[in-house]
Structure formats: C-alpha cells, structure tokens
Design a binder for this molecule. Structure first.
Ligand SMILES: *Cc1c(COP(=O)(O)O)cnc(C)c1O
Length: 391
C-alpha cells in the first residue's frame, strides 16, 4: 500500500479517513480514541469547526501571494502572537525544523555582531530540534544522526536539567552565543526539568550576554497549561519557536524574537516562499481565537492533573513502572524496559498512544478531551500496562 513511499517511518497498520474531536475512524469504519493528536498538533481535536470555517472562507478568497507583498492575515497573526507571548516580532515558516533554522541563524548572526567568528549554540542531550541538517546537528540524539555526517559545526551538547554542566561548558568555550532548550523534552521521553530550570538559564544568559532560545514546538499553543510553557516561569526568552499545534494540522511554524534578537535578521537575510501565507495564517488565527476565548488552556492543566492522578493511583502497585510525570497534557509513563509493543496493543483496543525514547509511554491528547474520554483513556491503558508489566 505504501510501496511508493520512502520507508522513513515504521507505520502502524491502520489508515484513518475521518476525525471528529478526539475520535478517529479508520478505513473499516472502526473508531479510535486519539491520545497522540498527530504528535501534539491537533490540540483542538479533529475537524474543529472554527478551523474548518476559516479554511473554507480563506480558500474562497486568497491562498498565496508570497512575501514580496503585504499579507494582511500574517500581520494579524503576528499581532496576536505578540500579545499572547510577550515577544516583539515573528518570522513565519512551514514547520518546526524551519522555525528552529531561523533561530539558529539569529544566534549565528548575533554571534558575529558580538565579534565571535565561530559562534556555537549550546543544546541539550536527548533534545529533539528537527530533521534538517542544521536542526539535526542541534539535536542531542546520536541515533538519529547516524549516517548523516558531516554534521553542521557550531553545536555543543550538555545533559538536560543540569545547570553546572551549562556553566562548565560556558567556561570551556567562549564561542557559545546562545542556549537552545525545550521547556519539556518531548521526543526525549517527556523529561520535565526542575521548576526553576528556565529561570536559571534566563539568569545565566543575562549574565553572559547569550540568547536564550526556547524550542516550544511541542510545548506551545496551550499543551502544558499555559499558552507557552515559559509562562509558568514568569520569564521571557530572547527567541521562541512554535509549530505543531499552531495551525491544528495546517503546516505553519513561527520563530518569535524579542529585544536584541528581534533586530538581527534584516532584509535579504532569511526567507520562505510559503511561510505565513494567507491560508496557513487563517487557520492559526482561528486556533488562537479559539484558545483565547475558551478555558481550554487552563483545562489542559486540570485535565493533565486528573489523568496523572488516575495513572498514579491505578499503577501504584504495578511492577516495572519507573516514573509517571506530566506538565499539563504532556504525560509520560516511564517503564524500566522497552514498551513499544504497547502501541499495537492499544491500537487493537481502539486507543492511539505513542512510545518515545523506547521505554516511555507519551500521551498528548487533544485539549478538548472530555471526562468520558479521559476515563476510557486511563481505564484502557491501565489494563494494558498492568498486563504488559505482569506478563
Ligand atoms: C516536532 C518537533 C520539532 C520538529 O518539527 P517539524 O515540524 O517536524 O519539523 C522540533 N522541535 C521539537 C521540540 C519538536 O517536538
């Protein structure tokens, strides 16, 4: 069936044809509860009426004119993002990796402005920043870099959630001009750092005149219980990247910048043919409107807490559970062994889950998940985990 598609993904043997809210239907008409949301993309669920309506309206009006001209919806979307984030300006791209490419280019040019000829961006072990050559080089996972040397120079990796490792790296390398970090590591295993980790990085960046760059591609747009995860910390980064849930399934990415970082890229320094086109912006505007006129973001916090508590209680006596953790609706259940086979077992029960870093069940349900669906999710998955851990 997929023989003409490059085998870059190990796919599950299911194909979906329709979705509504947290439900998906496959080619046989079978229904599934979606706790992956297209990898933290469909935060408003599938076929959300506001997104549907915006796309219909915009596709009847204007799809694309390029960035050679003014784009009204792009300006409106930038205004909304700035209001919601506290940042100063935005560059629009079509994906997360591209948003991070813009961030890396800002860091490098900022470094050159400081007189650093070979600027280095500090990133974290177990991080994930994308699959382009630049973002792959930034990524702290040797497995996915295998076979793609030569990688881009100019990145140094230190352990996540370890301030002294950052300080040691800064002392050892005067070329470090920026720190790029995820507020919660998603692909790396739903790794949640100390509550003040971002505050400490902020203070260190101020002290050393470095750019603090947050990859909020997975954590952004309400996932963790705030619009952006750094808002839990009461700080502002210098650069922040978004993508995934920003368009609820319509490809759009954004690199937000502030203060000295906002002036770095000038005319001719960067671009994108599609980036910020009217169709993508119409979807993102509908997403932001829906998020800011509902309680969905605050609910992500309470729903995440509810799911976490249920698993914590239900799995208290189950062997092989290392840890259960969450930030809003980003939930991880870490086992002491690889548990990828649970994905297929859940699928057979009509439940979509994800396993990342080999041994961590990652749940990213849509923010619109309701009480009954939360019960279905926690009951079904608890039974599967118990059977798996006691076999
Ligand atoms: C998904 C993701 C990316 C890459 O986004 P793409 O749209 O797949 O290029 C980068 N960083 C983080 C934290 C992600 O979760």
């Amino acid at each position: 069936m997929t023989s003409h598609i490059m085998p870059t993904y190990a796919r599950q043997s299911v194909t979906f044809t329709r979705g509504e809210g947290a439900w998906l239907w496959d080619t046989d008409g079978r229904r599934y509860l979606d706790s992956v949301a297209g990898i933290a993309v469909c935060n408003l669920g599938h076929a959300h009426p506001a997104v549907h309506e915006a796309l219909c309206r915009q596709s009847k009006t204007l799809l694309h004119t390029s960035n050679l001209y003014g784009v009204e919806l792009q300006s409106q979307l930038a205004d909304r993002l700035i209001e919601l984030s506290g940042m100063d300006n935005v560059f629009f791209s079509n994906s997360g990796a591209e948003a991070n490419e813009a961030a890396i280019k800002i860091a490098r040019k900022y470094g050159h402005q400081q007189g650093v000829e070979n600027p280095v961006v500090l990133t974290m072990e177990k991080s994930f920043h994308g699959r382009t050559m630049g973002t792959l080089s930034a990524t702290g996972n040797t497995k996915i870099k295998q076979g793609f040397a030569p990688l881009l120079a100019g990145f140094t990796h230190v352990p996540y959630n370890d301030m002294s490792a950052i300080e040691a790296a800064l002392a050892a390398d005067k070329n470090i001009v920026a720190i790029l970090v995820e507020p919660v590591q998603g692909e790396g295993g739903v790794n949640i750092p100390a509550a003040d980790y971002l505050n400490q990085i902020r203070a260190l960046c101020d002290r050393h005149n470095l750019l603090m760059m947050l990859d909020e591609i997975q954590t952004g747009a309400g996932r963790t219980g705030r619009f952006l995860a750094y808002q839990h910390n009461g700080i502002l980064p210098d650069v922040c990247t978004m993508a995934k849930a920003l368009g609820n399934g319509v490809p759009i990415g954004a690199c937000l910048a502030r203060g000295k970082a906002a002036d770095v890229l000038q005319a001719g320094n960067h671009g994108s043919t599609f980036g910020g086109n009217p169709l993508a912006c119409s979807a993102a505007l509908a997403v932001l409107e829906t998020l800011s006129t509902s309680t969905l973001i605050a609910d992500a916090q309470s729903k995440g807490e509810q799911i976490f508590q249920r698993f914590k209680n239900a799995l208290a006596d189950t062997p092989h559970i290392v840890d259960i953790r969450h930030k809003g609706l980003m939930i991880g259940i870490e086992l002491d062994r690889p548990c990828g086979e649970l994905v297929g077992k859940a699928l057979a029960e009509g439940l979509l889950i994800n396993v990342t870093a080999d041994n961590t069940i990652r749940l990213l349900p849509p923010l619109i998940i309701d009480d009954a669906q939360i019960s279905t999710l926690t009951d079904t998955l608890t039974a599967l985990i118990q059977a798996f851990c006691r076999q």
